[in-house]
Design a protein. Structure first.
Length: 312
């Protein structure tokens, strides 16, 4: 059996920006002294005149991006999720969100899979923060193919977009001719009748692996990829709540304010149903190898399987 191809979605981001830049002259990319890490250096090499290094000044970078958007440019402002959503929150809210400007935010190194950089850089709160900003679209791609599609789709959206990318290489799971990316629409990856797993980001691949373990024990599992957190696909959530006995959300993010909260809100208003949220449980991360951290925080396939088994 051939080894599954793995690519970090931050790499996908850099490669997609070059393709986008080739197709659209109005695309400009901003970075905060992290081009090598966020992979925007790839764009810089191809289009040096359209890449702006703003230095270690993320808040200022968001203001520059806002200004460029008012001049007919489509800026992709790039930095670590902790700095994009955390340090620059006020500028994203007031300078980009409030006037509903056409700025795209590429937030890399999200979640505990940042690894050895530790809790200060492991942003598990960014989706929660961005969800509160009116008019903000939030996309959290599961793999290389989806990440590239998200970058392209963001360009077509008139308004602010927050895209979440990871440092850890993850399996390519959408490499099939039937795959279609559509903002605001969940993707049914596997049908089932007992329970539903709604996953996002790198947890989509882990959830598929966990589903295999559950199926081997006679549990019929539906797996849905929720790549767009906002606006969330209410229809696919409600349908799953009516056709399966219990729902589980899985995210590399706090269970507070992220995918779990978004799904809970839909269920509370549209179709009250049993729900269990799997994610970072109201704690900070710690320094360590990414794979080991995912295991410790029960966010790998084994941990997801164990939590579902204990809460069916």
């Amino acid at each position: 059996m051939s080894e599954v191809k793995k690519i970090a979605t931050r790499d996908s981001y850099g490669n997609a920006l070059v393709e986008l830049g080739q197709a659209h002259d109005d695309v400009v990319v901003l970075d905060a002294d992290l081009a090598a890490a966020t992979k925007t250096a790839t764009f810089k090499k191809a289009f040096p005149e359209r890449h702006i290094d703003c230095g270690i000044a993320e808040a200022n970078m968001m203001g520059i991006a806002a200004g460029l958007s008012t001049c007919g440019k489509v800026p992709y402002a790039s930095t670590f999720a902790m700095f994009a959503a955390g340090r620059a929150f006020e500028q994203v809210r007031n300078s980009i969100g409030y006037p509903h400007l056409n700025v795209k935010i590429g937030a890399t190194h999200a979640g505990i899979s940042v690894g050895e950089d530790g809790a200060s850089h492991q942003c598990n709160e960014d989706i929660a923060l961005m969800r509160t900003i009116p008019g903000m679209t939030i996309i959290n791609p599961a793999d290389d193919i989806e990440a590239k599609a998200a970058v392209m789709a963001a360009y077509e959206i008139d308004g602010p977009v927050y895209m979440r990318f990871g440092r850890l290489a993850v399996p390519v799971i959408n490499d099939n001719p039937d795959y279609k990316f559509e903002v605001g629409k969940g993707v049914l990856l596997k049908d089932g009748s007992d329970i539903t797993i709604l996953a996002t980001g790198l947890e989509v691949g882990e959830s598929l692996a966990a589903a295999e373990k559950l199926e081997a024990e006679g549990v019929s599992v539906r797996v849905i990829n929720i790549h767009t957190i906002k606006p969330i696909d209410k229809d696919i959530v409600v349908k799953a709540s009516k056709e399966t006995k219990k729902l589980f959300t899985v995210e590399e993010h706090s269970i507070i304010g992220g995918l779990g909260s978004a799904v809970a809100e839909v269920l509370a208003e549209e179709s009250p149903s049993p729900l269990y949220r799997i994610g970072v449980r109201d704690t900070f991360g710690e320094s360590g190898p990414a794979v080991e951290l995912l295991h410790k925080y029960k966010l790998d396939a084994e941990g997801i399987y164990e939590q579902i088994k204990a809460n069916i």
